[in-house]
Design a protein around this ligand. Structure first.
Ligand SMILES: [Zn+2]
Length: 279
């Protein structure tokens, strides 16, 4: 699933390409994943800015209209030129035409003949059309403090009240927004924190510092493309090359402490850690 660094990178890259453009057409093969399309029109409105709120991508348009895109489990956003043949969208671009980029579910046609598409093999991604003021109110009420912009004091305070294990607390979008399975594993390795420690007993400052270190590095490296995520031009990010624990089960810990990275089931997910430096 795209996490904070992937969404941040998508928003930053796309901003340079689409701000000041207008959306002139829209297509989808999953109309049940679009809300308010009939009620609020976004056609011919200018894209004023893009922003990330949690894992949501928000397009703010002229006329007080906003479009929210959530990529969910396997979606990602691309920019380029496609042509339509029935329900199939094809492109001549080498990267955009790779199989992982081929599951086109939503197409926003811009006034420069380019398109913003949402591709998603599993069809969970969604598009919502909002009045900007209603959306801002809803997000303010429903999105937990952002993993990257939360202050150190607030972060420490949040953890001090939680009795769940730190791995689950970091991933819980109702507590802190933006962190998923990959980054929580990596953060806890950097913080030398056992994933099973109760959040209120964890070294919250170490976890806070590791959170910033890992997320900022991942943004710098344009996200993690170990799974479905791709940059808006269809190419890969490179944070997967930096993994210390995720996907490294059975291998030696990079701290050379004699530890072998372990993997454990956690509900329907898994977690990974070094039993030596993350005691
Ligand atoms: Zn270790």
């Amino acid at each position: 699933m795209p996490e904070l660094p992937e969404v941040e990178n998508t928003v930053n890259s796309l901003s340079d390409l689409v701000v000041a453009r207008k959306i002139i057409d829209f297509w989808t093969d999953v109309p049940q994943r679009v809300s308010n399309l009939e009620k609020i029109s976004f056609f011919k409105k200018e894209i004023l800015r893009l922003r990330r709120v949690g894992k949501n991508i928000i397009f703010d348009l002229s006329g007080g209209v906003s479009i929210l895109v959530h990529q969910k489990i396997s979606g990602h956003v691309l920019y380029g030129v496609w042509s339509q043949n029935g329900d199939a969208w094809t492109t001549k671009d080498k990267f955009l035409s790779e199989r992982i980029n081929s599951f086109v579910r939503f197409v926003f046609v811009l006034d420069n003949k380019h398109m913003v598409t949402v591709v998603d093999p599993r069809k969970f991604a969604k598009v919502e059309v909002w009045k900007t003021k209603d959306l801002s109110q809803k997000l303010a009420e429903s999105i937990a403090p952002d993993a990257l912009s939360v202050s150190k004091n607030d972060f420490v305070d949040i953890l001090s009240k939680r009795k769940g294990i730190i791995k689950r607390v970091l991933m819980d979008q109702s507590i802190i927004s933006g962190i998923g399975n990959i980054y929580s594993d990596e953060i806890l390795w950097w913080a030398k924190t056992n994933p099973y420690v109760v959040a209120k007993d964890a070294d919250a400052v170490a976890v806070y510092n590791a959170t910033r270190k890992v997320l900022l590095k991942a943004i710098e490296l344009k996200g993690d493309s170990m799974s479905d995520y791709r940059r808006v031009d269809g190419t890969k990010g490179s944070f997967q090359k930096e993994h210390k624990v995720y996907g490294r089960e059975g291998q030696k810990c990079f701290r050379e402490d004699g530890g072998i990275i372990q993997i454990r089931k956690m509900g329907n997910r898994s977690l990974r850690f070094c039993p030596v430096c993350q005691k």
